[in-house]
Write a protein that binds this ligand. Structure first.
Ligand code: HEM
Length: 390
């Protein structure tokens, strides 16, 4: 009953009948039985032109584990090739819900793959390690520049290898993460790891834009797969092993929620340039109405004005972030996928720093960049194109 009351109260706050705007379409008693039976059984295909987890599944999974790993001393290109092959083999099994033959498989007994995806990347620091010439590092994979005013924790940043494991079930995520890290033993060790979450599958509408911990709809003006320039913005065209791949920028961005929450809602909306309830731009309309930046209703320092491609020479990226809570700290695990960070994250972040009204309420604490190669075929593995050229 408490849940129903809360949904009703939120609906009233949003000023809409029945809480529709907040996605509370189905009001079912929590004890009423099944209805979510497909959450565990959903699968996202592992093989393809692109690695899973970038565009598919459309709705980001509820749970994710991110990690940066460093090659162990003595590990070379050949050892890395074996590791990447074993990661792809295990990922294909896990994402199809097949056992890996390990004792830990019982952790997920009866659960199904829950839309598990495993996405693998290579960091700038990998190039120059034994047997992996630095000359093979794509120019787009140069380390991110330092941005004014940031103070990043190196122990939670960077990495020779990056892993993004996501699923709608936290046990499935944890099991896959353990399988992958145990396969890396003797070759690579975890440098940092981080868990994040989105709304649970089945709560809220399947297609609605998700909310972050500041309460905003986050992801509205992302490039959409149906856009004619979607692939050009999100997927790399070269070098060969990056064809169909994407560059991933990870930022751990702490939200200063105590400061944010005392701000009046109208002022919070000016910070972003959008309404909090519907996500509509302050220039008017609905969530997906294009922003009219000629309107003074969107302040000059509003986040969406400064971040919009029109004010960044067309720079764009696909943002699929996750919330995190870490003791008393909370924030956004900002994940942005792009064809080239020099025409994506880098110019936009440069533009935002020091000017963005959101800047007072957030703090970038950690950072990583990875080249996420194209997807694997059933006879190959992610990264094979690079490793086989060594
Ligand atoms: C905790 C940090 C951040 C929060 C809470 C946040 C929140 C938001 C929100 C609520 C929107 C409007 C809805 C949408 O279109 O998604 C938005 C838009 C956007 N944000 Fe952020 N953001 C953060 C950090 C960043 C960073 C670091 C970048 C890139 C450097 C970025 C780039 C963008 C872009 C490109 C848009 C779309 C702008 C447009 O064209 O309308 N954001 N963000």
């Amino acid at each position: 009953v408490a849940g129903l009351l809360a949904a009703g109260a939120l609906g009233a706050l949003a000023g809409t009948a029945g809480g529709l705007a907040l996605g509370n379409r189905r009001r079912v008693d929590a004890n009423a039985g099944p209805g979510l039976a497909d959450v565990g059984s959903r699968t996202v295909g592992y093989f393809g032109e692109h690695q899973a987890g970038i565009v598919a599944p459309t709705r980001p999974q509820a749970h994710a584990w991110l990690a940066g790993l460093d090659l162990d001393p003595g590990a070379d290109g050949a050892a890395l090739g074996r590791l990447l092959r074993s990661w792809s083999q295990a990922s294909a099994q896990l994402t199809a819900g097949r056992p890996t033959g390990r004792a830990g498989d019982l952790v997920v007994a009866g659960l199904g793959p829950a839309a598990l995806t495993v996405t693998v990347g290579l960091g700038p620091s990998l190039f120059g390690k034994p047997g992996i010439p630095s000359s093979l590092r794509p120019e787009a994979l140069a380390p991110l520049p330092a941005f004014a005013g940031e103070s990043l924790d190196p122990r939670r940043s960077d990495g020779d290898l990056g892993l993004v494991v996501a699923a709608d079930d936290p046990l499935v995520v944890t099991h896959a993460a353990r399988v992958l890290t145990s396969l890396a033993q003797g070759v690579a060790s975890v440098r940092w790891q981080q868990v994040g979450f989105n709304a649970a599958r089945g709560s809220g509408s399947e297609t609605a834009t998700g909310r972050n911990l500041m309460g905003q709809l986050d992801g509205t003006n992302n490039p959409k797969p149906a856009d004619p320039d979607f692939a050009a913005r999100v997927f790399a065209t070269g070098p060969g092993w990056m064809r169909g791949g994407s560059y991933l920028v990870v930022r751990r961005i702490r939200m200063l929620l105590d400061d944010w929450e005392v701000l009046a809602q109208a002022d919070q909306e000016k910070v972003i340039g959008r309404r909090k309830d519907t996500g509509a731009p302050l220039s008017g309309g609905e969530e997906f109405t294009p922003s009219n930046f000629g309107s003074t209703a969107i302040p000059v320092n509003a986040h969406i004005r400064l971040a919009n491609p029109a004010f960044n020479d067309g720079a764009a990226m696909l943002r699929r972030g996750l919330s995190y809570v870490d003791g008393a700290e909370a924030g956004l695990l900002f994940l942005a996928w792009q064809a080239d960070p020099r025409h994506g994250f880098i110019p936009v972040q440069r533009h935002l720093v020091g000017v963005d009204a959101l800047g007072r309420y957030i703090r970038h604490e950690a950072s990583a960049l990875f080249a996420m190669p194209g997807g694997a075929s059933s006879t190959s593995y992610v990264g094979a194109g690079l490793l086989e050229s060594l």
